[in-house]
Design a protein around this ligand. Structure first.
Ligand code: G6P
Length: 615
């Protein structure tokens, strides 16, 4: 949700800021703007649409100067026009603000400021911040910002500059992410890590109620009363190259192909085959704490919610603990009954999704919290009692891929760890389950080697208007995820449904124009899995007899399935709880290739953003 980048230092600030915005564009791409200070004057360029429009504007109306800030917007208040593009100014153009979030009381503030004589020129909530800073300014920008914070309600992060107190950028976080970096006479502010990686991997994650003053001679940190605080920098292991496309046409495709390595990294050192045991030593729970949990509640949004749903099947089946799954955005607005000895698990790639963090804060006094996240230092890690990192590396494509499969791997490890502690699986069963896990990266490689086949299938399906994705058991969350990928990338309407529920409604949709994707891989060593498969085969026949177009995913060499289907995609069999990780990969590829053929914007689908920090 909106990307902010600020720079102060000896380099030409324009290319540095534009480079920063480029790596933050996945956060929002409705409009963009930049403000540069030159000779005690603020110059601003803004344009609607993607960053390339701003680049073109800068080519015809160039800027130069000493330092500045930029913004790429995901519109909330005010249409995505040039006037509403950030940065926003005060009455005299002496102060500029770039903001990510929502000022909830902006209408009341705007009314009051207008009565006091302030002139507003945009529809945005952000503009009130610039006018409030103007009102409180007495020669020191950070003092004016501290006073402004007392007036604001909502969740936000912003950076600002004032030419009357120059040579500094002031940055504030209140709910939404903002990070700061400093190296040898240079200072940076950004909304997310990838933008900072070309300059430094030593990063200060601003906390709520913190104000950073970023200058050439370093960073000062204040609380909202204006008292100094000690900054604590964290080292980020991500390499700058990891946040580049590396020869792939799109980040999403690169991230799909990174999945074997991402899974390998995520499971590395977290189990021992010799001892038939899972080590989750980086999770700050003792075995006694793990054993004390009598039930589990998993909360997440979007794709992470689909991982949560698959996690329920894993934990309930393997560790025999009851699990409930909720959308974090829904959980907050009901009055749930929380049983004693509940473990709350949060799943969030970014670690910053507002609804997930809000739910996390809400349950803090009701049980222990464990978060599964991909981003070191993100807000979720600071609110949780314990953290289990997916080690997927930076995920830039808006549609989540490698974060999802590594989340599933983490949930599988948690399920096995609990099974071990509760003795619901025998040692040989745990050994087998872990061996299956080690084989997963190679099995993913095999699927990726056959990507061309999925691309060929997409040629005959990409013009369809609707898709159904059907599955049973732990495969149902993958049906939901396959449908979501297709929707968000190719704008084709798609629904995921439990295959057994077709007769209660979706059957009415079936005709010769409806592709129905069936997830029918099964565990050859499990009777239950085979029974599920047979039921899915019956569902396939039902769709076929109504002329639907069948795309089936199943075990390598399954001739019953391939003969029943119009299109068949093979995956190498594994155990029931790991099959989802394999099945989702062809579905990611299917959505990708359909979207490419439809000419859609793969890494930045319309109306979406990677990190959703508004409600
Ligand atoms: C956005 C992204 C999705 C993601 C969801 C939750 O909608 O586009 O890919 O699944 O947010 O994000 P999180 O970072 O909490 O996993």
């Amino acid at each position: 949700m909106c990307g902010i980048f600020g720079y102060i230092g000896p380099r030409d600030p324009v290319p540095v800021i534009m480079g920063g915005l480029k790596s933050l564009e996945y956060r929002g791409y409705d409009s963009a703007g930049i403000a540069i200070v030159h000779d005690q004057k603020l110059q601003v360029r803004r344009s609607s649409g993607k960053l390339k429009n701003l680049e073109e504007l800068l080519a015809s109306e160039p800027l130069s100067g000493e330092f500045g800030l930029g913004h790429t917007r995901w519109a909330t208040h005010g249409r995505p026009t040039e006037e509403n593009a950030h940065p926003h100014r005060d009455c005299h153009g002496r102060i500029v603000v770039a903001h990510n979030g929502i000022i909830e009381n902006y209408l009341a503030l705007k009314r009051k400021l207008s009565e006091e004589g302030h002139k507003f020129t945009t529809e945005t909530d952000t503009e009130v911040i610039a006018h409030l800073i103007e009102k409180h300014f007495d020669g020191n920008l950070e003092n004016a910002v501290v006073k402004t914070l007392a007036d604001l309600k909502g969740l936000y992060a912003f950076t600002c500059i004032c030419v009357d107190d120059p040579q500094k950028i002031v940055a504030v976080r209140e709910g939404n992410p903002l990070i700061v970096g400093a190296v040898d006479g240079e200072g940076f502010v950004a909304s997310d890590i990838p933008a900072m990686l070309p300059y430094t991997r030593s990063i200060l994650f601003l906390d709520d109620h913190e104000v950073a003053v970023v200058a050439r001679n370093g960073i000062r940190l204040l609380d909202t009363a204006g008292n100094s605080r000690q900054p604590h920098f964290q080292h980020i292991a991500w390499d700058p190259i990891m946040a580049e496309k590396g020869g792939y046409k799109h980040f999403m495709l690169k991230e799909i192909y990174e999945q074997p390595v991402a899974i390998e990294n995520t499971i590395l050192g977290r189990f021992s085959l010799d001892a038939n045991t899972v080590h989750l030593e980086d999770v700050a729970f003792t075995d006694d704490i793990w054993r004390s949990f009598k039930n589990i509640r998993i909360l997440a949004c979007g794709t992470s919610w689909h991982a949560a749903l698959a996690g329920k099947y894993m934990i309930e089946s393997l560790a025999r603990l009851p699990v409930e799954v909720d959308y974090a955005s829904e959980y907050r607005y009901r009055n749930p009954v929380v049983l004693p000895e509940t473990l709350f698990i949060f799943i969030t790639q970014s670690g910053e999704t507002l609804d997930t963090i809000a739910a996390q804060r809400q349950v803090r006094d009701q049980g222990k919290t464990l978060t599964i996240t991909n981003v070191v230092g993100s807000m979720t890690t600071r609110v949780a009692d314990a953290v289990l990192y997916t080690r997927a590396g930076p995920e830039i494509g808006v549609a989540s891929t490698k974060a999802f499969t590594t989340q599933l791997a983490c949930l599988y490890l948690i399920a096995l760890h609990l099974a071990e502690l509760h003795k619901t699986l025998t040692e040989p069963q745990i050994r087998k389950a872990l061996t299956d896990l080690t084989e997963l990266p190679n099995k993913i490689e095999r699927i990726l080697d056959r990507a061309k086949h999925v691309e060929d299938i997409s040629k005959s399906l990409f013009r369809q208007h609707d898709f159904l994705f059907l599955a049973r058991g732990i495969h149902f969350p993958i049906a939901l995820e396959g449908a979501l990928k297709l929707k968000e990338l190719s704008y084709i309407h798609a629904e995921g449904y439990p295959a057994g529920e077709m007769k209660h409604g979706p059957n009415a949709l079936i005709d010769e124009n409806l592709p129905v994707v069936f997830l029918a891989a099964y565990d050859r060593e499990s009777d239950a899995s085979h029974q599920r498969y047979e039921k899915v085969l019956n569902n396939i026949k039902e769709v076929k007899s109504r002329d639907g177009i069948i795309l089936a995913l199943g075990n390598e060499g399954d001739s019953d399935l391939s003969e029943s289907a119009d299109h068949f995609i093979e995956v190498s069999p594994t155990n029931e709880f790991l099959l989802p990780i394999l099945e989702v990969i062809p579905l990611q590829l299917l959505a990708y290739y359909c979207a490419v053929r439809r000419g859609c914007d793969i890494d930045q689908p319309r109306n979406l953003a990677k990190s959703v920090t508004v409600e």
